[in-house]
Design a protein around this ligand. Structure first.
Ligand code: NAI
Ligand code: MG
Length: 506
């Protein structure tokens, strides 16, 4: 692949008319069903990760903007226009929103690809389709939230019969702080259960990738959600994000991002006893057993790390391979990694795009240097690609050990570290030697082997002969420092509702 040819094409590539028109529109904050300017008067520049060139800017919302958005969300939460809706009405609204996202799927996918760097086909299939399916799944929950009746034994008043209705109330205004790796999808993971439960929302997208959230705001309005039910405040984490966490009228924070910021947010939430769910970092192990089917395990382990350029919280970033198959396995995955077509998101043959930002590229490249200095053996990659954009080649560091920083810390890029193991006990011990516990995969054709390993792994999601499988119905979240709480399924509804016991003496 001629890098210079791609660079030439990158420079010449033009977005579609619809995306160009969206980019030309000045970006504002979406508050109470309308576009408004931030009081800050400051802008955040938006870059195309494939070229490093500025393509747009969004406004830097600050505490005063968050105040306005929370006031709108609080009023909407109490309004008849929202509170008066039947569960079936909320279900219909969520379905209408899903239909609008599906209608504009090509625009949203192109915009996401341009903003984040990911291949447009991946954005279409994973991010946009995932958002549509997520909205549809959660729509069904709106009509399935109910309590139970309890007849208590001890709380009797003389002569009265006591009945308790244990119900679940929507928690209130939810502050939603999301990252840049799956911008639209993460926004929808937060919005859909909150809306199904009857909450109202203030969404703060990541400062690197706010465009699809702003596009989504107008679709929410078009779907017919009352003004103020969903507000979008773009801005920096320590400004707009921190203001949401501190705001006394926000009842819950739902966060996805780094463990470092998750801890700050968790502590901040305690000041006003906010409910908080945290979906944080990971260093997910991939265990390849001697009886694995290498035709499946090699591409499977490769895509576990190189999917979305490794910018995935559950990325399979630690590879543990049985010593009996270590040589052929490593040769296979090295060949696979070198064959991955790295290029701009819009090019149809691109398999892996650039990283999201210059900062992330620098972070990942510096980890590769750290890993080499620590004694890791570079098998493939290890450097940037091309002279523009934030590309990093698929990288494998072998012969690592658990003391190394590249084994312990989340890199969040296309870098996998590999080590061999002799026994299953050793593999399990290595896998569990981590502050994180988000995902893990086991590759084995033996049901008993796979099950015995899976049952001992400390991870919220364990995959056997697959990796990164995620579904709206299946609980998702982390053990240990990978987070707090579980999203998806009924768990997501529980996160957005507050149990209440109503006592009747009759
Ligand atoms: P980050 O955790 O700083 O950013 C995620 C979100 O949190 C963004 O919307 C940001 O504006 C917001 N934020 C930042 N500081 C905040 C604060 N003090 N209060 C409230 N909100 C705040 O992640 P960043 O800096 O973009 O990436 C750094 C590393 O974090 C990555 O290299 C990766 O290891 C990890 N990360 C993990 C993600 C995941 O899905 N688990 C997603 C993004 C990053
Ligand atoms: Mg940060």
């Amino acid at each position: 692949m001629g890098v210079s040819t791609v660079t030439q094409q990158q420079s010449n590539h033009q977005p579609s008319a619809a995306v160009a028109a969206f980019l030309r529109r000045p970006k504002q904050l979406w508050i109470d069903g309308t576009w408004v300017d931030s009081v800050s008067g400051r802008a955040i520049e938006v870059y195309d990760p494939a070229t490093g060139r500025q393509i747009d800017s969004v406004q830097a919302g600050v505490a005063a903007d968050v105040d306005r958005a929370v006031a709108a969300a609080s009023a909407a939460f109490e309004s008849a226009a929202w509170r008066g809706l039947r569960p079936a009405d909320r279900e219909a609204l969520l379905w209408r929103l899903s239909d609008l996202v599906a209608r504009d799927a090509d625009i949203l996918a192109e915009l996401e690809s341009l903003d984040n760097g990911k291949p447009v086909g991946l954005a279409r299939m994973v991010d946009v389709n995932g958002a549509v399916e997520y909205l549809r799944y959660m729509a069904g929950w709106a009509t399935k939230i109910h309590g139970r009746v309890i007849h208590p034994s001890f709380a009797g008043l003389p002569g009265a019969e006591i009945t308790v209705n244990a119900v679940r109330d929507p928690v209130g205004v939810v502050g939603q702080i999301v990252p840049w790796n799956f911008p639209l999808l993460m926004a929808v993971w937060k919005l859909a259960p909150a809306l199904a439960a009857g909450c109202t929302c203030v969404l703060k997208p990541a400062e690197q990738t706010s465009l699809t959230a702003l596009y989504l705001a107008e679709l929410v309005a078009e779907a017919g959600f009352p003004a103020g039910v969903v507000n979008v405040v773009t801005g920096l984490g320590h400004e707009a994000g921190a203001a949401l966490v501190a705001h006394p009228d926000v009842a819950k924070i739902a966060f996805t991002g780094s463990t470092e910021v998750g801890k700050i947010i968790g502590r901040g939430c305690m000041d006003t006893m906010k409910r908080v769910s945290l979906e944080l970092g990971g260093k997910s192990p991939v265990i390849v057993c001697a009886d694995a089917d290498l035709d499946k395990a090699i591409p499977g382990a490769a895509m576990a790390i190189f999917f979305n350029a490794g910018q995935v919280c559950t990325a399979g970033s630690r590879l543990y391979v049985d010593a009996k198959i270590y040589e052929p396995f490593m040769a296979g995955i090295a060949a696979f990694a070198s064959g991955i077509k790295v290029g701009p998101g819009w090019a149809p043959d691109t398999q892996m795009g650039p990283l999201v930002s210059a900062e992330q590229q620098a972070r990942v490249l510096s980890y590769i240097e750290i890993g080499k200095a620590e004694g890791g053996e570079l098998l493939v990659g290890g450097e940037a690609q091309g002279d523009e954009g934030y590309f990093v080649k698929p990288t494998i560091l072998a012969n690592v050990n658990p003391a190394m920083r590249v084994v312990r810390e989340e890199i969040f890029g296309p870098v996998v570290v590999a080590q061999k193991f002799a026994t299953i006990d050793e593999a399990v011990k290595l896998a569990n030697t981590s502050d994180y516990g988000l995902g893990a995969s086991v590759w084995s054709e033996g049901l008993s082997t796979a099950h015995r390993i899976a049952s001992r792994l400390q991870a919220g999601s364990v995959w056997v002969n697959c990796h990164n499988a995620i579904d709206p119905a299946v609980p998702f979240g982390g053990f240990k420092q990978s987070g707090l709480g579980r999203e998806h399924g009924e768990e997501a509804i529980n996160l957005h509702t507050e149990p209440k016991s109503i006592w009747y003496a009759v």
